[in-house]
Design a protein around this ligand. Structure first.
Ligand SMILES: Nc1ncnc2c1ncn2[C@@H]1O[C@H](COP(=O)(O)OP(=O)(O)OP(=O)(O)O)[C@@H](O)[C@H]1O
Length: 289
């Protein structure tokens, strides 16, 4: 397929802040632009400290929150124009979320296979007789099987197994894009690399693109094709992951780099760079890098 899978142009999200008497607005996300090519599946990392706007951006890409300005297009269609149940379901089939905490994503009182079955039946429209096979296939793509998770409650699986199950669930509808918001930060450090390695396999074997949101530079360096670095809602630097992280230009990126680079350090985060702020930073259009 040619053209952009995902295209963001000047995407901004404003919120009100302050009390009634000192009301003002601030931009949680401020003029972010980038595009993913439909013909080249990739892992695109969005990196930044807490409060830099990553989750807000993810929620806009998932069409859970509307942008205040700018446009997000998926396969050429502006998300703002998606109306009605059918169009929403169609979008959800193609763009699936992976959330940070798998124990929050699954109700503790509900068996996890119920989620897989419901997704297969309702979202992917799988017939009753095919449900087991489809769920098993999705689980096998993440290194599990239906036999391993059938009848289990969330607490009966490890954090890593549960996050894999969440990824399997996201794969059932055959999405072209996964938006993974801090998908390994609640997973044991020893299992993180195996889950991010799984993203690489999904990219290479299934052709799925992944927006990987993280403050963990080690995993981002290890698996990403391209990255953007966000600070206070703005993109301060972006481009090829290795190029940016090997030779960062922005003071904030330089501090991030000084914190981590080895995959063995997969727990070090970006918070150390909190003070590398430069309020005069000009937003970067990643298309041009
Ligand atoms: N619904 C909202 N109303 C008001 N402010 C909000 C809302 N959602 C987010 N914010 C603010 O927007 C800014 C960006 O938040 P966001 O959660 O996107 O950052 P983040 O980079 O994902 O941080 P974290 O890693 O801690 O989740 C923060 O200052 C946050 O307080």
């Amino acid at each position: 397929m040619t053209g952009d899978l995902l295209n963001l142009e000047g995407v901004t999200k404003s919120y009100a802040s302050g009390g009634l008497l000192a009301r003002r607005t601030f931009n949680a996300v401020d003029g972010v632009s980038f595009a993913l090519d439909a013909s080249r599946p990739e892992i695109f990392a969005i990196i930044g400290e807490s409060g830099s706007g990553k989750t807000t951006l993810a929620r806009m890409i998932l069409n859970m929150v509307a942008a205040s300005a700018g446009a997000i297009r998926f396969r050429g269609k502006a998300l703002a124009t998606i109306r009605g149940r059918r169009a929403r379901l169609d979008f959800m089939r193609q763009v699936q979320p992976i959330f940070q905490n798998p124990y929050e994503a699954f109700n503790p009182l509900k068996r996890v296979d119920r989620y897989l079955y419901a997704t297969a039946r309702r979202l992917a429209g799988v017939g009753r007789k095919e449900v087991d096979r489809v769920c098993d296939e999705a689980l096998r793509k993440v290194g599990l099987s239906l036999a391993e998770v059938r009848g289990r409650f969330p607490h009966e699986l490890s954090g890593g197994q549960l996050q894999r199950t969440a990824i399997a669930r996201a794969l059932i509808s055959g999405p072209a894009l996964l938006v993974a918001d801090e998908p390994v930060s609640m997973v044991d450090a020893s299992l993180r690399m195996s889950i991010v390695e799984l993203f690489k396999a999904l990219r290479d074997e299934l052709g799925v693109s992944i927006v990987y949101i993280t403050h963990d530079l080690a995993t981002a360096y290890h698996i990403s094709d391209r990255i953007i670095i966000m600070q206070k809602g703005r993109v301060v630097e972006g481009g090829d992951a290795r190029t940016v992280l090997d030779n960062p230009q922005h003071p904030y990126s330089k501090l991030l780099k000084s914190a981590v680079l080895s995959p063995d350090n997969a727990g070090i985060d970006a918070q150390a760079a909190t003070h590398a702020s430069d309020p005069n930073t000009v937003p970067v259009n990643v298309r041009s890098v």
